[in-house]
Design a protein around this ligand. Sequence first.
Ligand code: COA
Length: 152
Amino acid sequence: MTPTTPCTIRAALPSDENAWRQLWRAYCEFYRVQMPEEVTSRTWNRILDPDSQVMCIVAEVDGQVYGFANCVVHENTWETQLVCYLEDLFVTPAARGRGLGTALLEWLRNAMRAEGWARLYWMTRADNAPARRLYDRFTQADGFVRYVIRQK
Ligand SMILES: CC(C)(COP(=O)(O)OP(=O)(O)OC[C@H]1O[C@@H](n2cnc3c(N)ncnc32)[C@H](O)[C@@H]1OP(=O)(O)O)[C@@H](O)C(=O)NCCC(=O)NCCS
């Protein structure tokens, strides 16, 4: 892939399973999470299920997938329209800095307008500088802080 090779952003297909799983593994390593296979399989199956709220788009260059965005489109209490939560964004390290992350976010912003979602939103760690440099070009962080209670 040369720095100028154009990338295609498209919905994930069944044939992307191996590439998606490889990227997903690296993404989980980035977050130092041991993801159970049961969860990975369920997530992939929901991505492919048109009746699921989970969706995934991939960034492809020369027929190879280098990045993904996993999202959940869901109801909410603040708007009448659906909203889109970007849950996972990942570009393989060797392909970073070439605009794939930007292209994935731009695709989602266009989908928001086309689908009539009230908003597209996401979270990241406060100290994730590369991601925040990218995100700050789209919008400002709104200052909300996340609280989590876990079952175990
Ligand atoms: C955040 C992430 C998706 C960005 O993907 P990307 O394809 O590198 O994004 P872009 O190329 O569109 O833009 C990234 C920015 O980092 C810069 N950059 C350059 N080289 C880079 C490199 N080797 N690694 C990371 N960023 C780089 C880009 O130039 C750009 O900033 P700039 O235009 O202001 O200089 C990617 O770094 C990633 O997967 N990180 C690990 C997982 C993660 O943090 N995900 C987000 C969790 S919420």
